[in-house]
Design a protein around this ligand. Structure first.
Ligand code: MSP
Length: 650
């Protein structure tokens, strides 16, 4: 029976368009998955979106959408992106799906029943952006979040707690007994010292907002987003459902499970998740691989800095394989990496155009020129034999090193192993001067043997590249006439394929890029100064509704009396609006498009019977209707000045 391998990305917050950082984790997982497939494992690969929480609620509002509309749209963008990047995920879980929500509710109730979760009260400094409380010693400059730097707010709320403290010794013991549980080792050490510094019980429910999974037995609480999110790794396998086959196959009865996570979310995965599993009596048979971040020269990517680059832009200009290769190659194992346009172009030119692409095209052209396209393995005793033997040894060593590196998730190192073999193969040409051998008929076998060695080495190189280059290997195998059974690890050994018939005119694999010109082009793409506006799309008309559905909306004319910027949300404005019945406090996501004073005095249209909700601490008692143009800019829909506050709109 095949060994199983289950690999997961974190589920992404669908709060904005995904940049190359999110694409990095997903491409990395996809490459590891493809490698494990070649190794003969039965594999499963999961990704998805983490769709609850205050942050999402707010970004929906800022886009003038309901949270559900917003996450539906963003999840569809994520799915489209992964399709474009040829990601091979078997499943895509969304935390708003019923299959997930029902099980998370059951998990919470189970933990309540076992007294691993209890009801208490919490006062502390809360970071909205990170959805976490911090203790005074963790805060920076008195009140700032240690993770994102935002100003925290002191909140007091009734909340459920998860007893982390009860499990800390067991967790330390587990980490000690499973030295490979967290890799790289440096990251493991950080986690161990964090646990040793003392774990406080974790607040695992919220009452301040409602966009989340409700606690079944006490619905005024929604479940903390991390408890909801982490559970995705097993709900997607059917845990707790009518059909637990996948769960049994890949989790309880599985061989290898790996969660790939960015360094910023390691703590949640290395502490909360195993403790949840211990409390639920589920085996902790997963491992964690924590990777570094893609940064820009001036630090983190952000739209306001104008340094963001999106995967689609690079794929469109330079092709899928160049992007997929670069993205998993550049960040060294365990470290952060810096994206620069020069490095991008340089890496593609060096590794793919000059070394690999060139090797393929010149080898094929020589085989055509000297042997009419067909060569066979030949024995000879010429002094050049030592170069060929050396190449064979390097190929053998390369495979072993490559495997070792891939098994340890050292993807860039494995790619370097391949590059070294490519260089060594190119060197065979420099060592043997085929054009000189061709002048002497007596050396024909020697020349044929050299040609054979080039092609056999290209075949091996191309097999090794299969986890990283998605479209190129099939082309190269076609150029060389490599049958399917020579395209995997089974026949990776040098000499497995005995003869080759190559195509006459191979197409170009990778066009050479002009470093200077293309660096400028990438900089232009990097969104300098202004946010990229999403493709204007005509939004589909929603399904038909009954007239009664429409009459449920109470829309009135309102007059904006006061308006100011929200204290700690850049995109929000807070207005006092006279709607005839009373003066309402209303929060709107339009601060990017209006100065508060522009709105004072305007007659607008307000939905007045929406259930009031709090947005970043500000009560909102209605919604101002806005129109959105194709550039995603919002404008309030004004009412005729023949109308007065409180007049009904229908
Ligand atoms: N929703 C949580 C994860 C829940 S998993 C149960 C989350 N989402 S996220 O969208 O903010 O981040 C998802 C992943 O993308 C994280 O692993 C994060 O480290 C990674 N990256 C975000 N920006 C990145 C870079 N610039 N570079 C590399 N990875 C980055 O956290």
């Amino acid at each position: 029976m095949k060994k199983t391998f289950y690999i997961t990305t974190p589920i992404y917050y669908p709060s904005g368009k995904f940049h190359i950082g999110s694409a990095y984790t997903t491409c990395l997982c996809d490459s590891i998955r493809r490698y494990k497939d070649l190794e003969g494992y039965e594999t499963r690969f999961l990704t998805g979106t983490d769709e609850h929480g205050q942050k999402i609620e707010e970004s929906a509002l800022a886009n003038n959408k309901s949270p559900k509309e917003h996450v539906d749209y963003m999840a569809s963008l994520a799915k489209d992106l992964w399709k474009e990047l040829k990601i091979t995920n078997d499943d895509f879980i969304r935390t708003t799906e019923k299959r997930h929500v029902d099980v998370v509710q059951e998990v919470f109730e189970k933990l309540l029943a076992s007294d691993d979760i209890y009801l208490g009260e919490y006062t502390g400094n809360y970071c909205v952006s990170c959805e976490s409380y911090f203790t005074p010693t963790q805060l920076v400059d008195g009140d700032k979040c240690p993770d994102c730097g935002s100003v925290t707010k002191v909140l007091k709320e009734e909340t459920y707690f998860l007893r982390l403290s009860k499990y800390s010794d067991r967790l330390l013991d587990f980490i000690d007994k499973n030295p490979e549980f967290i890799v790289p080792e440096s990251k493991k050490n950080e986690v161990v010292s964090f646990i040793k510094s003392g774990l406080l019980d974790l607040s695992v429910s919220r009452t301040a907002f409602s966009w989340g999974i409700k606690v079944k037995s006490n619905p005024k609480h929604v479940i903390y987003v991390w408890i909801d999110a982490l559970t995705n790794y097993i709900t997607a396998l059917g845990y707790g459902s009518d059909n637990e086959d996948l769960y049994q196959k890949f989790w309880t009865g599985g061989d290898e499970v790996i969660h790939v996570v960015g360094k910023d979310i390691l703590r949640f995965h290395a502490i909360y998740w195993p403790i949840m599993l211990m409390a639920l009596d589920i085996p902790i048979n997963f491992r964690l691989f924590a990777h570094g971040w893609y940064l820009m020269k001036d630090g983190k990517m952000s739209k306001s800095k104008g340094n963001v680059i999106y995967p689609e832009q690079l794929v469109e200009r330079y092709g899928l394989d160049a992007f997929r290769y670069y993205i998993v190659r550049e960040i060294q194992y365990g470290n952060d990496g810096v994206f620069t346009p020069e490095d991008y172009i340089g890496r593609v030119n060096t590794d793919l155009v000059n070394d690999y692409g060139n090797l393929v095209s010149r080898s094929i052209s020589m085989v055509n020129k000297y042997f009419g396209g067909t060569v066979t393995l030949k024995e000879h005793n010429h002094e050049y034999k030592v170069f060929e033997e050396d190449l064979r040894n390097v190929a053998k060593e390369t495979f072993l090193e490559y495997k070792k590196n891939m098994d340890e998730f050292k993807v860039p190192n494995a790619i370097q192993n391949i590059s070294a073999l490519v260089r060594r193969t190119n060197k065979l040409i420099d060592d043997t001067f085929p054009w000189n051998l061709a002048k002497d008929e007596a050396l024909k076998d020697v020349l044929e043997s050299v040609m054979y060695h080039l092609l056999e080495s290209i075949r091996i190189i191309t097999v090794l590249y299969r986890p990283f280059l998605i479209e190129t290997p099939a082309k190269v195998f076609e150029f060389l006439g490599v049958e399917e059974n020579f395209q995997g690890f089974k026949n990776i050994e040098f000499g497995s394929k005995k003869s080759y018939s190559v195509v006459k005119k191979p197409s170009h694999l990778f066009p050479r890029l002009d470093l200077e010109k293309e660096s400028v082009e990438i900089k232009k793409l990097m969104n300098v100064g202004k946010p990229i506006v999403e493709e204007p799309k005509f939004e589909a008309i929603l399904p038909e509704i009954e007239f009664e559905d429409f009459t449920k909306l109470d829309i009135r004319v309102g007059k904006i009396i006061e308006c100011k910027k929200h204290n700690d949300a850049k995109k929000l404005l807070v207005s006092k609006i006279d709607t005839g019945d009373k003066i309402r406090n209303i929060v709107s996501g339009i601060a990017e498009f209006y100065e508060p004073e522009d709105l004072i005095g305007k007659l607008v249209q307000v939905v007045v019977n929406l259930k009031p909700m709090k947005l970043r601490g500000e009560l909102s008692e209605g919604m101002v209707l806005c129109g959105e143009n194709s550039k995603k800019e919002l404008f309030v829909v004004e009412a005729s000045d023949e109308l007065s506050p409180g007049d009904k709109i229908s």
